[in-house]
Design a protein around this ligand. Sequence first.
Ligand code: GLU
Length: 320
Amino acid sequence: MFRHTLIAAGLVAVAGSTLAQGYPNKVIRLQVPFAPGGTTDIIARVIAEPLGKALGQTVLIENKAGGGGVVGANETAKAAPDGYSLGMATVSTTAANPAINPKMPYNAMTDFTPIINIAATPNVIAVHPGFPAKDHKGFLAELKKNPGKYSYSSSGTGGIGHLQMELYKNLSGTYITHIPYRGAGPALNDTVAGQVPMTFDNLPSALPFIQSNRLVPIVVAAPQRLAQLPQVPTFKEVGLEPVNRMAYYGIYGPKGMPRDIVDKINAGVRKALEDPAVRKRIEDTGSIIIANTPEQFGEQIKAEFEVYKKVVDSAKLKLD
Ligand code: GLU
C-alpha cells in the first residue's frame, strides 16, 4: 500500500514536470471578471502582450462580467489547473465579496493558486460636474442636507466600490443609494452621462475622465495625496481612515497548479514589468507596481479578506 502510494506520487511528479517543460505550447487565456473599460481590464491589457512575449505564447484576454466579478472568478476557480486558464485576481473577487457574500460559489482562500500581484491602485469618489459640490466639505454637507436624494454607481455588488462606499456612508452618517454595474466601465459611462451623480471607483479607470473634466474627484484612498491629483485629500485626511484602502490587481489560476508553471508565469510578469514603457503605462494610472512572489500575494489576499471581514462585521454591512 505504502509502496503504491510512493509510485503514484512519483508518476504525478513526472507528469507535472513534463507539463511544465513544454509550457506554454498553446494560447493562454487571461480572464477579466468585469466589463471592458474598468481597472481590471486596463491592467490586464497592459500586461497581456509583454507577458505573452516573455512566455513565447499569445495571452488572450476574455471578459466575463457579472455578480461583482464572482461569475468570472468562479469560472477560473473551476478551470483545469494547467496554466492555460488564468484570471485577474482583484480585491473585489478575493476579499470584498468573500467577506460580505454568504452565497459565494468558491472559497477565495483555497480554490485559487495565487501567482503574482501586479499593482496596487488608489480608489476615488468622483462626481458628475453637475453635482452641487466640488470638494469633500461641500460634498458631505450636500449629502447630509439631502439624505436619500443621491445614488452612486459601482463595479458590482459586493465589490470594493460597493463595500467602501457603504463604509463611507456608515462612518459619515449619510445615505446614498447603490447602483451596481457589470464593471467600472459601464458604471463610469452612466456617471459621465449624468445618469448617476457619483461613483466609487479605482483610479486607473476614473482618471482619464477626471483629467478631461468629465468627473470631479472628491476624495481618494491612497497612503498620501496623489501626484496626479494633488488638490484632492485622502480619506485619512478627512477623518475616515478605514476607507483609505487601495485595490490590487494580480494574476491567479485554479488551485493545484504545478509549481514550475506558477514560477514561469511569475517570472514572465516580472520580465514584462522590467520594460520602462510597461511600467510607465501602469504608473501613469496612479498605480504602484508590486511584482511579488506567489506566497506574498497569497498572504496579501488573506490579510485583505480579514480586513474586509472586520469591516463587514463592525459596520454590520449586508448585501442589498
Ligand atoms: N472594482 C473592481 C476591483 O477592484 C474592478 C472593477 C472593474 O475592473 O471593472 O476589483
